[in-house]
Design a protein around this ligand. Sequence first.
Ligand code: OFO
Length: 166
Amino acid sequence: MLSKSMQEALNNQVKLEAASSHTYLAMASWAEIQPGLDNVAEYFFQQSEEERVHMLKLMRFINERGGFALVPTLEQPVLTFKSLKNMFEDFLKGEQHVSNSINELVDMALREKDFATHNFLQWYVSEQIEEERSARVLNDKLELIGDDKSGLYLFDRDIMSTRQQG
Ligand code: OFO
């Protein structure tokens, strides 16, 4: 059985995963109307789906443990970006924020001796290592590419191969 405080903290994480899904959907849509970024768009459409799965997984766990998973209210995310580089910087920042939040939850589970939740959260810990790594690699590539058009062409062409299913 989840404590009240753990239930609330997990529901906050539900909201964060839903907000990430929303944010990535906005990134996908923006990328889709830019010339030559079709695969970047696809990348974020898939990323958005993945975050929704992260949200659902949490909701099912909360209910399974005797809590009540709440469907969150979401704000409209940022819809447009100054540049591709800017958008990917936001992507990395977002993932770092999620990682910090997961770490807080892990810490709380240990303090409460809630080992079931602690065990459940390990999946998210591994997932975040992977997501942060992908976001960092893509940011590094964009840094190298700068304004080089053929570099950007290759970046878009190859982006899907950097994606791991999770
Ligand atoms: Fe990438 O955020 Fe979910 O866990």
